[in-house]
Design a binder for this molecule. Structure first.
Ligand code: ADP
Length: 499
């Protein structure tokens, strides 16, 4: 078993890892940038070290400094979380070279899955279905044009080194290809220092369904069912659930077996996720994320397994004493990503100090957060503040439970994605499970505030007061005296601010 783990991350995932360490009796070491001095993950760990004065995310990317801290603090392992260095093979290799255990897959598996065309070739060899398309990057636009003819339009140009939806372009007809090729290649060069692009068939209404995999160091690999992540905005996931409302048990088994084969093909170890696109009962491998994912809690709730604890136990050499037939899915789980973005204003990032935070509770509600009252939300980091996750006996009840939990959530100081999530939970197509990755394109209504929309909930008086004050400050005309209008929220609550 590991004894002391350096958590090379911040925010909710750092806190999540620290919690797992504590339950397993492993000591935890946090690192932080100057901007994160007051963050909950720093308070929660057994020890914490400042990475450097730079407030930006660069602090968390300094491999030499992270390894130096791990050694100085007497750690025997490093957990990378997600984002930052989690999928950088050189980081995994440097950790191992320093005599520490990397809580994740071998560097060779990260590398094998990091290049999309190389990964596609490996998957084809392993018998895993991939989206029809090229197995090598296209040499030039003319080659791409010839390939597109045989794949059939529409096609999707993708960066071989891709990630985060960068370097992707949909091409509907031959006339568009040359320009799109140059644009995708440029974008890929800027983002990854690697301009190689390739083509695959563009699926017009697929669902994003992914399989959670666990593999120990003793050759045992299993899957823990799927997560549906089709509610996306600009290829970024917003809402995830488990299980998917479309998979039959047979399809789950077929997809699960494909994911296990994919993991085995690259000598995978630890927790990983195989992403697939699903359309009309067919599924295609997209990529493997060689780390813990943001949306892992929905799998934890329906399987009853602690994925982060498994990551630590597997890294410590323990056997995964869980057979495939032991994995049973119970009920339905949904996760909403609570971000500091204003959904009524094009998801514009919102910054400021969190003045009040009321966290939902009650049956079947889980909060994985990385912020607290008093914390300053800046533009330096990812806007995700927390994840709200619910579990219920079935999907309909899970949706109602999420809707209820969202009404209990109050964040004052920054705008959040909460109003958007509440609208989705009430939208008929979502409720009926009629969704695909274009859901938001087709449902612009959930992106708009309805006149008179009731966003009140089980809100405390303290929250109502602070919210009102916050709103007044933002909208008050800059005139002397400035007596503002009666507090609308007080009236909504049946209170009166005056006679
Ligand atoms: P990245 O690594 O940049 O995130 P992915 O290959 O994981 O790229 O794809 C990101 C998202 O783009 C998917 O979740 C899906 O919404 C969309 N996408 C990717 N490939 C296709 C395709 N062939 N057809 C339609 N949509 C796709």
């Amino acid at each position: 078993m590991l004894e002391k783990v350096l958590v090379a991350n911040r925010g909710e995932i750092a806190l999540r890892i620290i919690r797992a360490c504590r339950e397993l009796g492993i000591r935890s070491v946090a690192v932080y940038s100057e901007a994160d001095r007051l963050s909950p993950h720093v308070q929660a760990a057994d020890e914490a070290y400042l990475l450097g004065p730079a407030p930006s995310s660069e602090s968390y990317l300094r491999i030499d400094r992270l390894i130096e801290v791990a050694q100085r603090a007497g750690c025997d392992a490093v957990h990378p979380g997600y984002g930052f260095l989690a999928e950088r093979a050189p980081f995994a290799a440097a950790v191992e070279q320093a005599g520490l255990t990397f809580v994740g897959p071998p560097a060779s598996a990260i590398e094998a899955m990091g290049d999309k065309t190389a990964a596609r070739r490996r998957m084809i060899d392993a018998g895993v279905p991939v989206v029809p398309g090229m197995a090598e990057p296209a040499e030039d636009a003319a080659t791409a044009l010839r390939e597109a003819e045989s794949i059939g339009y529409p096609v999707l140009l993708k960066a071989a080194a891709g990630g985060g939806g960068k370097g992707m372009r949909v091409v509907h007809e031959p006339g568009e290809l040359e320009k799109a090729f140059a644009a995708a290649s440029n974008e890929a060069t800027n983002a990854f220092g690697d301009g190689r692009v390739y083509l695959e068939r563009y699926l017009t209404g697929p669902r994003h369904i992914e399989i959670q995999v666990l593999a120990d160091a003793h050759g045992h690999t299993i899957h823990l069912g799927e997560r549906e992540c089709s509610i996306q905005r600009r290829h970024q996931k917003m809402i995830e659930e488990a299980p998917s409302s479309v998979l039959t048990p047979e399809q789950r088994e077929a997809m699960g077996s494909a994911a296990v084969a994919a993991a085995r093909a690259v000598g995978y170890r630890n927790a990983g996720t195989c992403e697939f696109l699903w359309q009309d009962g067919e599924f295609f491998f997209l990529e493997m994320n060689t780390r813990i994912q943001v949306e892992h809690p929905v799998t934890e709730l329906v399987t009853g397994q602690d994925l982060v604890a498994w990551q630590l136990r597997i890294a410590g050499g323990e056997r995964l004493d869980l057979r495939q037939e032991d994995v049973v899915l119970l009920g339905h789980a949904i996760e909403c990503r609570i971000t500091s973005e204003d959904p009524d204003n094009g998801f514009m990032p919102s910054t400021g100090r969190i003045r009040l935070l009321e966290i939902p509770a009650g049956p079947g509600v889980r909060w994985d957060g990385g912020v607290a009252e008093g914390v300053e939300v800046s533009l330096y980091y990812d806007p995700m503040l927390a994840k709200l996750i619910v579990h219920a006996p079935d999907r309909a009840q899970a949706i109602d439970r999420m809707d209820r939990a969202l009404t209990e959530l109050r964040v004052v100081g920054v705008e959040t994605s909460v109003p958007f999530h509440r609208r989705v939970m009430r939208e008929p197509d979502f409720r009926a499970g009629r969704l695909d990755i274009r859901y938001l394109e087709k449902h612009q209504d959930v992106l708009r505030r309805e006149p008179g929309e009731d966003l009140l909930g089980a809100v405390s008086v303290a929250a109502a007061l602070l919210e009102e004050e916050h709103r007044r400050r933002r909208t008050a005309p800059r005139t002397a005296g400035g007596a503002s209008a009666p507090a609308s929220r007080w009236r909504d609550m049946g209170w009166r601010s005056g006679p």
